[in-house]
Design a protein around this ligand. Structure first.
Ligand code: ATP
Ligand code: MG
Length: 425
C-alpha cells in the first residue's frame, strides 16, 4: 500500500463541523464592514518578494525568517503573502485608485502564510480579516476604524475579556531622536538580553521592544518610552485619537512599549487581546502607515488599517458560544410507508421557508428514527404517523425536553420559527 499523503506542516483542513463558526464570523465581519461602507478587495496570494521587503521591512521577523519565498522558473523571486496591507496599497497604486480622489475604504478576507513554529493559534497558513482606509490622516479615521473593530469583535461576536492596547510610534521626524536614546540605553543592558535582541540593538533597536523572551521583559521595562519623544504633531494626533475613543466610550490602555512587527507603522499602533485565548492572545493588530504608499512608488496617501487573526477569533468565539451559528435542525420522522409522502411534502415546504430539515428515506421503527434525530442533534422532530395524517395535526417534539405538542399542519412552519426564536434568546 502506498503511504498516504498528508497536509503540509502548519496548514490544516477546515472540516464542515467547524466551518459554521468561520462562516458566522465572516458574515458578521461583512455586516460590520457594510455598515461602515467598506468595499471588498481581493488581491493575489502570490506577490513579488520585493513588495514585502520594501514595506514590512527587511529586518523584521516576518521578512527575515517567516516568508515562504521561492524562485520561479524564470528566476524571479516570488512570495506567498505574509500579510495583505502591502498588497492592498500596491493595488491602490497600480490601478491609480487615488485618481478618483477622496477616501478609499477597503476590506479583505483570506489566507496568509508565515513559516512559524506551529502551535495552538499559530499556523503557517492562517486567515486574516482586515480593513484599510487610504487617503486620510485625520485622527477621527483611526477612531472610526477602531469603533468598527470594536463593534465587530465585542458587540457582534461577544469576544470575552478583550483589551485594546494603543500607542503612538511617532513619525520619521521624531522617531530618530527616540531611537538614538533607545540605542544609548541599550548599550548598558544589551549584554543581559537575548541573542536576537543583541543583534537588534545594532540593526533595529525598536524591534527589541517587540521581543517575546520572558527573561528580557524586566530589562525592556526600564528602557525609555517613545511617548516622551513625540513631536507636537504626533502628540496632538495621539491625544485626538484618545479623546475620540473616550467620546465613543471605547475602553483602551495606553501601552508605551507597544510596537508592531512591521516597519511601516507611524503614529497610532494598537493591538487587541483576549483573555479567552491562551498564549497566542493577540486577536487583531494594526495602525497608521502614512508613508507606505510613497515607499511603494505611489503618491503620498496616508493610511490606517488593521488585521484580525481569524483562526484565533474563531477559537475564542467557539469557546464563548459553542452553539453560535449552529443552525437548528428539524427532523421529520415518518412511521409507515403511507406517511412518507406527506413527510416529504412537509420537508419540501419547510426547506422553502429556509429551515434546515432532515428526512431519512430508510424505513425505521419509531424509536430508532428518534434515536437518529438525537444523534444528529435535531432541535425538533415532527412525527407523522397514520393518525397524524388523518387528523391533519402533526406531533412536534422538543428533542431536549421531550415535550410533545400536536400542531396544525398549516401552522408548523410558524410554530417552529417562533419556538426556535424563543430557544435562541
Ligand atoms: P503575534 O505577535 O501573535 O506573532 P503578529 O504581531 O505577528 O502576531 P500581525 O502581523 O499584526 O500579527 O497580524 C495580525 C493578527 O494576525 C495577529 O494579531 C494574529 O491574530 C494573527 N496572526 C499572525 N500570525 C499568525 C499565525 N502564524 N497564525 C495565526 N494567526 C496569526
Ligand atoms: Mg508574529
Amino acid at each position: 500500500m502506498p503511504e498516504i499523503v498528508r497536509s503540509v506542516k502548519g496548514t490544516r483542513d477546515l472540516l464542515p463541523e467547524e466551518i459554521r463558526l468561520w462562516q458566522k464570523v465572516e458574515e458578521e465581519a461583512r455586516a460590520a464592514f457594510r455598515a461602515y461602507n467598506f468595499m471588498e478587495i481581493r488581491t493575489p496570494v502570490l506577490e513579488h518578494t520585493s513588495l514585502f521587503a520594501r514595506s514590512v521591512g527587511a529586518d523584521t521577523d516576518i521578512v527575515s525568517k517567516e516568508m515562504f519565498t521561492f524562485e520561479d522558473r524564470d528566476g524571479e523571486s516570488l512570495t506567498l503573502r505574509p500579510e495583505a496591507t502591502a498588497s492592498v496599497v500596491r493595488a491602490y497604486i497600480e490601478h491609480r485608485l487615488f485618481n478618483e480622489g477622496g477616501i478609499h475604504k477597503l476590506f479583505y478576507l483570506g489566507p496568509m502564510f508565515r513559516r512559524e513554529r506551529p502551535q495552538k493559534g499559530r499556523y503557517r497558513q492562517f486567515y486574516q480579516i482586515g480593513a484599510e482606509v487610504l487617503g486620510s490622516d485625520e485622527p477621527e479615521t483611526d477612531v472610526d476604524a477602531l469603533e468598527m473593530l470594536h463593534a465587530l469583535l465585542v458587540m457582534r461576536l461577544r469576544l470575552r475579556d478583550s483589551r485594546l492596547l494603543v500607542n503612538s510610534v511617532g513619525c520619521p521626524r521624531c522617531r530618530p531622536s527616540y531611537v538614538s536614546a533607545l540605542r544609548h540605553a541599550l548599550e548598558n543592558v544589551k549584554d543581559r538580553l537575548c541573542a536576537d535582541c543583541q543583534r537588534r540593538s545594532q540593526t533595529n533597536p525598536l524591534r527589541v521592544l517587540d521581543c517575546k523572551v520572558e527573561a528580557d521583559q524586566p530589562i525592556i521595562a526600564t528602557l525609555p518610552t517613545i511617548l516622551d519623544y513625540l513631536c507636537v504633531e504626533c502628540r496632538e494626533h495621539f491625544d485626538a485619537v484618545k479623546r475620540g475613543l473616550d467620546e465613543r466610550a471605547i475602553e483602551y490602555q495606553v501601552t508605551p512599549r507597544l510596537v508592531r512587527g512591521l516597519d511601516y507603522y507611524v503614529r497610532t499602533t494598537f493591538e487587541i487581546t483576549s483573555g479567552a485565548l491562551g498564549a497566542q492572545n493577540a486577536v487583531a493588530g494594526g495602525g497608521r502607515y502614512d508613508g507606505l504608499a510613497e515607499l511603494l512608488g505611489g503618491p503620498q496617501a496616508p493610511g490606517f488599517g488593521f488585521a484580525i487573526g481569524e483562526d484565533r477569533l474563531v477559537l475564542a468565539y467557539g469557546a464563548v458560544e459553542d452553539r453560535a451559528g449552529a443552525e437548528d435542525l428539524i427532523y421529520i420522522a415518518w412511521l409507515e410507508e403511507s406517511s412518507l409522502r406527506p413527510a416529504a411534502e412537509l420537508a419540501r415546504e419547510l426547506r422553502q421557508e429556509n429551515l434546515r430539515v432532515e428526512l431519512l428515506f430508510h424505513p425505521m421503527k419509531f424509536k430508532k428514527s428518534l434515536a437518529a434525530a438525537s444523534k444528529m442533534t435535531a432541535t425538533f422532530s415532527v412525527i407523522i404517523g397514520p393518525n397524524e395524517a388523518s387528523t391533519g395535526r402533526f406531533a412536534v417534539k422538543n428533542m431536549s425536553t421531550g415535550e410533545q405538542e400536536p400542531v396544525e399542519r398549516a401552522r408548523i412552519a410558524d410554530y417552529l420559527r417562533a419556538k426556535l426564536k424563543e430557544l435562541n434568546h
